[in-house]
Write a protein that binds this ligand. Structure first.
Ligand SMILES: Cc1cc2nc3c(=O)[nH]c(=O)nc-3n(C[C@H](O)[C@H](O)[C@H](O)COP(=O)(O)O)c2cc1C
Length: 191
């Protein structure tokens, strides 16, 4: 890498998803500031087609009960019940596309929503917090959607688990992406 050090580059390169998270999580005021910043992510038409449902404290166990209720087997239910306890704060990611928008198709709106989540995870990392985006079949379960107040026209995209990285947690090395195979240049460019 020939670029000089830069805090944005540093944050992008060092962010890692954290499968194990512990207390503390950012407080409401700090988190809202970061979400405000993340809301600047590219968004065609500034439709802001997203919202977040925070789940903290005892609500996490309640959500676990609902996840267990939606599970396909008793074994899965047992595991599902404790899933929300894996972090002190869960941000349920709700995509709320504007239907039949004259200029902005729904796929563009989904891109905008995911941009906010990615930007938020980078900002959290930049401020010393950690996170992981998790999904699963529960996002379609009627019980789960109802519990979180997800409307019929909305899509639950999973949860951003947020908190403090467990000091002893390890993570698998991230293999570099071979980007030369990912970019096509005109024949005359580069060298
Ligand atoms: C839309 C989306 C859904 C994801 N769902 C899960 C999930 O359910 N469980 C999981 O372990 N990782 C999930 N991941 C992947 C992690 O969030 C993480 O990005 C991946 O493990 C790579 O780790 P890294 O972010 O440290 O490179 C998901 C990622 C995205 C973008």
């Amino acid at each position: 890498m020939t670029q000089p050090p830069n805090p944005v580059l540093e944050a992008v390169l060092t962010r890692r998803s954290a499968p194990r998270l512990t207390e503390p999580a950012p407080g409401r005021h700090d988190l809202e500031r970061l979400i405000q910043a993340a809301a600047t992510a590219p968004d065609h038409g500034r439709l802001r087609p997203w919202r977040l449902v925070a789940v903290t404290g005892n609500e996490r166990a309640r959500l676990g009960d609902v996840l267990a209720e939606a599970a396909a087997s008793p074994e899965q239910a047992r595991r599902a019940a404790t899933k929300p306890l894996r972090a002190p704060l869960l941000l349920s990611i709700v995509h709320c596309p504007v239907p039949d928008h004259p200029k902005v198709p729904e796929w563009e709106q989904l891109a905008a929503t995911t941009g906010v989540v990615t930007t938020l995870s980078l900002l959290l990392h930049g401020y010393g917090w950690a996170s992981i985006w998790r999904t699963g079949s529960a996002v379609q379960a009627p019980q789960v959607r109802k519990y979180l107040g997800v409307a019929d026209r909305e899509q639950l995209l999973g949860w951003l688990y947020v908190g403090t990285r467990c000091p002893f947690g390890t993570f698998a090395e991230r293999p570099p992406c071979e980007i030369t195979a990912k970019i096509t240049w005109p024949d005359s460019a580069g060298g």
